[in-house]
Design a protein around this ligand. Sequence first.
Ligand SMILES: NC(=O)c1ccc[n+]([C@@H]2O[C@H](COP(=O)([O-])OP(=O)(O)OC[C@H]3O[C@@H](n4cnc5c(N)ncnc54)[C@H](OP(=O)(O)O)[C@@H]3O)[C@@H](O)[C@H]2O)c1
Length: 239
Amino acid sequence: MGAKVVVVGGSSGIGLGVAKAALGRGAHLVIVGRSQDKLLQAQRTLAADGHVETVTADMTREAEISAAFAGIGSFDHLVSTAGAPPPGGPIADTDTDEIRRFVDNKLIGAVLLAKHATRRIKRGGSMTFTSGINKDKPPVPGGAVVSAIAGSFSYFARALSLELAPSRVNIVSPGWVDTPMFDELVGDAKAVYFDAMAAQLPIGRIATSADIAPAYIHAMESDFTTGETLHIDGGQRLI
Ligand SMILES: NC(=O)c1ccc[n+]([C@@H]2O[C@H](COP(=O)([O-])OP(=O)(O)OC[C@H]3O[C@@H](n4cnc5c(N)ncnc54)[C@H](OP(=O)(O)O)[C@@H]3O)[C@@H](O)[C@H]2O)c1
């Protein structure tokens, strides 16, 4: 690959897996997140794989994102896996501020990234954002908001890929992945959830970040893939 790749969310979980895979293909890597501690920890984790720059910025704050891209300069590929855990529980009981925070930290953040990345992305580069299985198999009850937001990403990519051509825009939609976000969501109950899901999945196990990274690499490297949603879920949509 040998390209300059910006991974927003590269300090943890799926993004960290993408960062490692991109370094393995010779990328010049920049990882972006809110917590400098998490970024430095990820930089140490990735040190054996290659050189990594870190940029501290919150994708929900436009001034920070604008400054981050100004500092990064021109680049080839943007990946964003940044997002917050979704609100749960029946809609009648869901706190409206919590819904707004989630929408901000998933959809609006991605829109701001695209807006400011556009000014720096090299001709023929790509942007890849992250949706998720909840649009296809909503957790019940309480899945309506996350389902709506995750589903909207595919339409965002379709329209934006036409607007920004020849830059390409794609979405990766993972099934369940063993990451710190899952620990945050279900805590000690994670093993019970994972065992039950693994028993149903055609692939027979829960994904690691390394299982998901190839979809992002494909989205970056395939010159003929644009406006597409790449599902990588071990067959979770089918069960
Ligand atoms: N894990 C799953 O099973 C799963 C399944 C389907 C879809 N997804 C989606 O995949 C994405 C990544 O999930 P993950 O499991 O890898 O989560 P994770 O381990 O919690 O990682 C999230 C990353 O995003 C960064 N981030 C969060 N909010 C940010 C913001 N406002 N600005 C900049 N960076 C931000 C975090 O760093 P800081 O906290 O330091 O900012 C962290 O690096 C999420 O959007 C999630 O909805 C996950």
